[in-house]
Ligand binder design. Sequence first.
Ligand code: 8YV
Length: 346
Amino acid sequence: MSSSLASTDTSEEVVARQHFSSDSGTVLRVGPLKPSLEATLSEHYDADLLPDGPMRAQFLAAHADKITAVVTSGRTGVDAELMAALPNLGAIIHFGVGYDTTDVGRATELGIGVSNTPDVLNDCVADTAVGLVLDTMRRFTAADRYVRAGRWPVEGNVPLARKVSGARVGIIGLGRIGSAIAKRLSAFDCVIAYHNRREVSGSPYRYVGSAMDLARDVDVLIVAAAGGSGTRHLVGREVLKALGPNGFLVNVARGSVVDEDALIDLLQSGQLAGAGLDVFAREPHVPAALINMDNVVLLPHLASGTVETRAAMEALTLQNLDTYLEIGDLVTPVVEPRRPTARKDA
Ligand code: 8YV
């Protein structure tokens, strides 16, 4: 770039360009990641972070051609526009099991491989679901707030809660995480039914053909289905109404699966007993209406957030990246890589 053009640039742009142009590698980071993963990617793979705003186009003009792998998470993902801007992209590697922010259909058409980190987080997400069932039905954190506010000596005992052991539980999405939730709640003698697009053959749990019929039949409905357009508002107003004034909703999947406005309306009007939510429609923003309700337990999307599980997710992310860079394959593919840029096709 000529000095006359450069002189119009902001100092931030100049610093960024110097950084990008010095030692950028073939791996690109898209969106924030676990800090130790970010450090490994930049130190050992020379992976830059894709800038936002006006800097993005400039970065892509300089570096798009050499990028062969992206590391991202379900929080950010890679859309069709970014795929089009990276002509040699061969793999999109997600930290996390969810990849609903990536256009997987387009990646498949282009032969771009997609991977996630399945299984390693099943235990912690299932533990969180059980924690939310217990907390929401037994009102533990609400009771904790009551004690801390000094209300016990003044107002006496808290109102009675609802029994979890033996409760009727409905699970939307009996995949790996849904099955881990079912296994745990079986030990509470819960009566478990589930709804999936298809019946799971050999499952010991009762299959119900629609989310509505499942909701009508249970005390607590747990959402464990994948996000994305296929499940958007699967738990809508009518399903929530079917759950009824004594019913509880727990969501550890994606905010998009539940109609959040309908959920708020029904909680406010007493047509639903309570909710336990780890995920929201517009994270990290949680509607004030939910924050002001005492029958709702709110978590900041922490279900997989333990030292052990996040380390396992990080290791699996790097295993996918290394395998792709070395032999053009992914260890836990959602879509197999087919682009000729991958080593195996070279
Ligand atoms: C993580 C998740 O919080 O795995 C997922 O899909 O939603 C969580 O485990 C997330 O991936 C981190 O960005």
